[in-house]
Design a protein around this ligand. Structure first.
Ligand code: SF4
Ligand code: FES
Length: 248
């Protein structure tokens, strides 16, 4: 495949940035999107130009680093995949592909396609830890009864990889799908009950302090989430928040 790429180039956080057009040739349909970006970067390096900066780590849908907005969609046109899992077979010869960073006030661009998602880390830090007695009297995990339904729902929530696609997709730059997933993974389990009240209050307060918008139930986040995190997690977080506020 021969492709035209329109890529967001921005030297640093203060630079205004602009779209720059590149051509790449002989792209295999079996390549991943990031491998195609590697081809572009090799080309740029060979011609003495600055390669395009983009985040990546695991390249198998686990780390949540590969944040790209491709043809107007977070992680591109496929469903249930991250950018590193997106295959070039989703495109066709002669296509023009627009590649931008995830855009949100709380995700400032650092360089080219790299954004600062420390706001997510600070929200998780605000959530704190769970109390587990490890003093030698640790209760056997198998002796704590947890319904299959709750275990499955907690596991589903825990699959959130913190990629930020939900924020980039939301017209309000809301982080509620992410925070809902992080609150839910503990709220559904007995181990998460001890700090449940302060956890949800602190995480929501940090989410607001970081400048994320509110949820208006559009549901775009759920559609674009590579892990299929359900809107039900936002509803659960809202219930947790309300009951914590009444207690607090
Ligand atoms: S909820 Fe989905 S889109 Fe949002 S950070 Fe988690 S995995 Fe990414
Ligand atoms: S590089 Fe890790 S999820 Fe894409």
């Amino acid at each position: 495949m021969n492709l035209t790429l329109k890529v967001w180039r921005q030297k640093n956080a203060k630079d205004k940035g602009q779209m720059v057009e590149y051509k790449v040739t002989e792209i295999s349909e079996h390549m991943s999107f990031l491998e195609m970006m590697d081809v572009l970067n090799e080309q740029l390096i060979n011609s003495g130009d600055e390669p395009v900066a983009f985040d990546h780590d695991c390249r198998e849908g686990i780390c949540g680093m590969c944040s790209m907005y491709i043809n107007g969609e977070a992680h591109g046109p496929d469903r249930g995949v991250t950018t590193c899992q997106l295959h070039m077979r989703m495109f066709k010869d002669g296509d023009t592909i627009t590649i931008e960073p995830f855009r949100a006030k709380a995700f400032p661009v650092i360089k080219d396609l790299v954004v600062d998602r420390m706001s997510f880390e600070r929200i998780q830090q605000a959530g704190g830890f769970i109390s587990v007695n490890t003093s030698g009297n640790t209760q056997d995990a198998n002796s704590i009864p947890i319904s299959k339904e709750a275990a499955d729902e907690a596991m589903d929530a825990a699959t959130c990889i913190g990629c930020g696609a939900c924020v980039a997709t939301c017209k309000n730059s809301s982080a509620m799908l992410f925070v809902g997933a992080k609150v839910s993974q503990y709220a559904l389990l007995p181990q998460g009950q001890v700090e449940a009240t302060e956890r949800v209050l602190n995480m929501v307060a940090q989410m607001d302090a970081e400048g994320f918008g509110n949820c208006t139930n559009t549901g775009a986040c759920e559609v674009e989430c590579p892990k299929g995190i359900s809107l039900e997690n936002i509803a659960r977080m809202n219930r947790e928040y309300l009951s914590a506020s009444l207690k607090g």
